[in-house]
Design a protein around this ligand. Structure first.
Ligand code: SF4
Length: 253
């Protein structure tokens, strides 16, 4: 909209704009315990947004670099899942001195997968939405970096696409820890029973996804990449910052 960035609105701060005046209020005083959604940094936020003084793009690169330190792979090329995983894949490739390339590309002419009703339609949309570039992956050992593995269905389809395009190995890496619990704060991810890491151990998810190897970023790695405290990490197994009813209905089918 052509607006100029002044600064971030702080946790617990209320900014009121009225009659051409801008006023900052802190209705809760100093009794604020920040718990910013870590999944914003991992997946939701725009890469050009600034959170905590750093672009989301740079944070995602840092997530990829941490992942490379914790989970290197013997490979020829690093591929990210467009679009949200590209910065993490670049960070991963840089840290290991491997080439990054666009082994998966987005089809701009089909709709977004999350607006499709039902899991089967969403899965089909994922396959239609992305295509593998065979000149990048054929005959190569590929590291596929995704920002997260939530249901695991996307990973399975993408690994299949890469193999069909001639990849000889596909090593799957997640630039965030296992997503094991539902969000109760408004992010419509999935019910617990649909979360791959809530139901299976890493080896089972690897087998089901068809990857040659699978590794996730650790919670420590996530914290190092985020670089500061004050996060909600509940879906990665941290405490829910505000108590929730475990049986709350949070998912609208
Ligand atoms: S539980 Fe929800 S608010 Fe908390 S990090 Fe996960 S997605 Fe974000």
């Amino acid at each position: 909209v052509g607006a100029e960035t002044v600064r971030e609105v702080e946790p617990g701060e209320l900014v009121v704009i009225a009659d051409g005046r801008l006023e900052s209020r802190r209705p809760w005083g100093a009794a604020i315990r920040p718990a910013v959604c870590a999944f914003e940094e991992v997946y939701f936020a725009r890469p050009d947004s600034r959170m905590g003084g750093r672009t989301v793009h740079d944070t995602r690169r840092a997530l990829g670099a941490e992942l490379a330190r914790e989970a290197p792979a013997d490979a020829d090329v690093v591929v990210g899942v467009p679009d949200s995983s590209i910065p993490a894949a670049i960070g991963y490739a840089e840290a290991l001195g491997l080439p990054f390339d666009m082994g998966l590309v987005k089809n701009r002419y089909v709709g977004r997968s999350f607006i499709q009703p039902g899991q089967a339609a969403r899965d089909t949309a994922v396959v239609q939405k992305l295509a593998a570039v065979d000149s990048v992956v054929a005959g190569r050992r590929v590291v596929l970096v995704d920002d997260s593995l939530v249901r695991g269905t996307t990973a399975r389809h993408l690994i299949q696409l890469l193999r069909q395009a001639g990849a000889v190995r596909v090593h799957m890496r997640s630039a965030s820890p296992p997503y094991i619990r539902s969000c109760h704060y408004g992010i419509d991810t999935s019910r617990s029973e649909e979360l791959a890491a809530a139901r299976h151990d890493v080896e089972t998810i690897r087998r089901l996804s068809g990857a040659d190897s699978l590794q996730y970023l650790s919670m420590d790695g996530l914290m190092r990449a985020l670089g500061r405290d004050g996060w909600c990490l509940a879906c990665f197994g941290g405490p829910y910052p505000v108590p929730v009813e475990q049986d709350v209905v949070h998912h609208v089918p």
